[in-house]
Design a protein around this ligand. Sequence first.
Ligand SMILES: [Zn+2]
Length: 288
Amino acid sequence: MAITDRQTATLALAHALSAAERGLPVIPLTARKLPALPSPHRNDDRRPACRGACGLPGHGVHDATTDPAAVRALFAAAPWATGYGIACGRPPHHLIGIDLDVDPTGGGDSAVSLRQLALHHLFTIPPTVTVLTPSGGRHLWLTGPPGIPVPNSASRLAPGIDIRGTGGYLVGPGSATRHGRYRLAPGTAGLPPAPCPRALLRLLTPPARRRHSAENPDPDRGRGLVRFVLAACEGGRNTRLFWAACRAYEHGYGDALADALTRAAVRTGLTEREARATIASAARLFRC
Ligand SMILES: [Zn+2]
């Protein structure tokens, strides 16, 4: 292993230990931001739904720990790690990550969308730990109350805003990735993660909805999404289409609404090919 690789791995471990000391459960990550340890069950055709009960490492976010000896052991088993992930939703902080992407589909600014949500739902984002991503995005760290699992979501709140909740993880500051290093935003290093505002928490934990079958889409909801796409102006067309398609797929009637969304998008000036591609990328987010 080259000296620089060893330095990167050592630095990743140091950052991970420091996060663990603050009560944040960590796992080693590769430069692609994936859990560094392969599953011990990867050659097992039965693919047991093991979350670490077998006692071996390699269960992704389920390996995350705040125990310094266990952190060292995980990194020793994965000397190729260049960074670390912080498990969300775990005590004591019950971390919630607000992941603000940059310009997700060529028309939106997720930070502006978050401000609009805040205005509309009467909350303010408190000063809190903020991590700058190599692509120019940012992660806001908030804490949730115990006992209220926050689901992970992609662009559900608004285009370009992803939520890392229970079962998800955030790339920790100091991690090196193929695209650069994650770092703390100036002035936020000394802050504790702030509690998630109640109004935002309500948006993040929507009540369980009935899943509509593809044969039986919710007609009102579907019409609303089509209207939303039709109201797009140039520049925001693709973003609106992406958002509407995500909502339709999230609620299980994406395929049923795809033609109507495509027709609406074509009326706003997108080509059918562009519209289909955008809808397909939304569909991929909601298919396992
Ligand atoms: Zn296992």
